[in-house]
Design a protein around this ligand. Sequence first.
Ligand SMILES: *Cc1c(COP(=O)(O)O)cnc(C)c1O
Length: 392
Amino acid sequence: MNAEGGALRQARGTSSGEGALRQAQGTSADAGAQGTLPVRPELVGEEPYGAPQLDVPYALNVNENPYPPSEKVVAEIAAAVAQAARTMNRYPERDAVELRADLARYLGHGLTSDDIWAANGSNEVMLHVLMAFGGPGRSVLSFAPTYSMYPEYARDTHTAWTTFPRRDDFTLDPVAAVDAVRDQRPDVVLIASPNNPTGTAVDLDTLAAIADAAPGVVVVDEAYFEFAHAGTPSALELLPRFPRLAVSRTMSKAFAFAGGRLGYLAGAPAFVDALRIVRLPYHLSAVTQAVARVALANADEMLAAVDRLRAARDDLAAWLSARGLQVAASDANFVLFGRFADRQAVWQGLLDRGVLIRVVGPEGWLRVSAGTPEEMAAFKRALSEVLEAGVG
Ligand SMILES: *Cc1c(COP(=O)(O)O)cnc(C)c1O
């Protein structure tokens, strides 16, 4: 499908539509000529995951860092790619040991390359986790609402997907969460902290109680950790106590490196070894390894906008509250707000004014990423107009 088709489908509030698989399966009106492909039944009618990639003046829909790298870093990336090109006839270093050592140094906490796994985005890291620890007859538990990719990793690995609800303010009830883990005995527990799409951070005591109760592995997805309010501790602190706990991170958000596709995980060496079994050979290209190392060598600069984006997030939350809207407390670089009787109409009204945000989360809510001052001004102007027109 093209991006506009996706946007139109999203605008209409449906997620299926005339997808290629549906046609291949012969379930859509004009499928007759296509024949039938023996697609796995659970994939029939599915759409490829992804927010619409529309060419709009203000894209605030996928939680990117809006500040591009400096010309100095651009030049270093170009030089690293040229260097990698000189040996492009060879396969890359399969275990990405130097990159993993750089990632360990960045995380601190006494970690070394043996404690680190890396892949093409934390999405691939998470898929590796479910390939290694999930699978047929096994289950994964998460706390809803949460990241909409999680059920897809579960589906793709034949792992049963189960959720336990968060409280109305999207926090976890620690006692109920531990009870859910004890009752369901999931093979994998996945907890996003700060959570997407709500921005909610989970405190370490709750994470420790869950890790204590879990019979299988627990992965804390800290994709947005760098945006958390000052003093928020990382689940990395719990690693020495829980050998079946791991923490995943990404360079896609705070690190301003979404296009580089680099996600990583910290855990015990045995945990990492399990992931090494299921990865494809040479999964991290020589270019990916080289450019990620350049970005890490310039970590201070890559992360320089984080304070500004946190301030933009807090300002955005305060502004939305002052408009009488409900706002979920956020430790990430986005804000979930609502609630609207017709969120699709609000989303479309903003898009008509050049501002793209995300329809995601429970019915009635919308998510907007923190951006530059210009982007924030455009969003506020557009939302004011939409609300004053009585939409939503
Ligand atoms: C954006 C995001 C990721 C990162 O995905 P990448 O594959 O690393 O780009 C992971 N987890 C959550 C919850 C996210 O929102």
